[in-house]
Design a protein around this ligand. Structure first.
Ligand code: F6P
Length: 195
């Protein structure tokens, strides 16, 4: 059966500065991951003719997918990271200091909390629906290069995790999660390609 490979983009310049959202490029570390990912995908899917690489429209995922050759690449706006609205570009420490009520509200209900002029996890889950439908229609493997919140939602869907767990699922950098749908449910394998 066709596997679905999901991964976060390589470490971005904003990850290094601990800023959320934004549209930064990869750090040198993140670029090293992008190259390792290309090698991994070539080895893992080399014999597959029709695989495709899906990214968001943000630079860090496009750049992460850019070293993978031989497969078509598709950009989805629906794969863009959770929109942090007025908090976009801030660090968690800054949000806590400047907007303590917002910080607290999110901590209390991370699933439903919607950033002012931005999104909640529930919003993200909803906008992913067309992507999920398209993934399920695919007959060949898909590599999805996206973002922490978006991948938590996708992973939870395929692994049948309860909604309330979604915002807390561990989604590490520099790791490929291979999901293989089978008779007894979805089988998962993780490949940590680098630190
Ligand atoms: O820090 C990276 C990041 O992708 C941010 O852009 C995003 O706001 C955040 O992770 C989502 O994770 P959490 O919901 O835990 O804040």
């Amino acid at each position: 059966p066709r596997p679905i490979l999901i991964t976060r983009h390589g470490e971005s310049q904003d990850n290094v500065r601990e800023r959320i959202g934004g549209d930064s490029f990869l750090s040198p570390n993140g670029e090293a991951y992008a190259k390792k990912l290309a090698e991994f995908v070539t080895k893992r899917l080399g014999s597959e003719r029709a695989a495709s690489i899906w990214t968001s429209t943000l630079q860090r995922t496009v750049q992460t997918g850019s070293f993978i050759t031989g497969f078509p690449r598709v950009q989805w706006r629906a794969l863009d990271e959770i929109n942090a609205g007025v908090c976009d570009g801030m660090t968690y420490a800054e949000i806590k200091e400047v907007m303590p009520e917002e910080y607290q509200a999110r901590k209390l209900d991370k699933l439903r909390y919607r950033y002012p002029r931005g999104e909640s996890y529930l919003d993200v889950i909803q906008r992913l629906e067309p992507v999920i439908i398209e993934i399920e229609r695919q007959r060949s493997p898909v590599v999805v290069v996206a973002h922490q919140a978006v991948l938590r939602a996708l992973y939870a869907y395929f692994m049948d995790k309860p909604l309330k767990e979604v915002p807390h699922i561990e989604m590490p950098l520099h790791t490929v999660i291979e999901l293989s749908p089978g008779a007894g449910g979805v089988y998962e394998k993780r490949y940590k390609l680098m630190e």
